[in-house]
Design a protein. Structure first.
Length: 111
């Protein structure tokens, strides 16, 4: 997969998935604020940590904390061969790995 994948909201990006900032759906003030923090359209980034409803982003050596309001205005494209899996069960069923009646156990239940 290349950078031409459909953009998705930053809040929907899984942790540690490399992406590029594709679009900032905010006003001039938000653009200036992000620019001052070192983020601009095309910047590489990934989510390092989720803190409550906010996110800690990594872009190169930068670490930037943003709240939900800002994160929802940022749209990204997934980098290189990384694919975003929203629902692992759906993916596995499409690949034929799990029958319809299979149950996925969490780490606590599997032990």
């Amino acid at each position: 997969m290349s950078q031409t994948s459909d953009p998705l909201r930053l809040t929907d990006l899984p942790d540690d998935t490399p992406a590029r900032l594709a679009e900032i759906r905010g006003g001039r003030q938000l653009m200036r604020r992000l620019l001052a923090l070192g983020l601009r359209q095309g910047s590489p980034l990934c989510i390092v940590q989720r803190r409550g409803k906010g996110l800690v982003l990594a872009s190169g050596e930068l670490r930037i904390a943003v709240g939900t309001g800002i994160a929802e205005k940022l749209w990204v494209t997934v980098e290189d061969d990384h694919t975003v899996v929203i629902n692992a069960t759906d993916r596995d069923q499409q690949a034929g790995a799990l029958p319809d009646s299979a149950q996925v156990q969490s780490g606590d239940e599997a032990a």
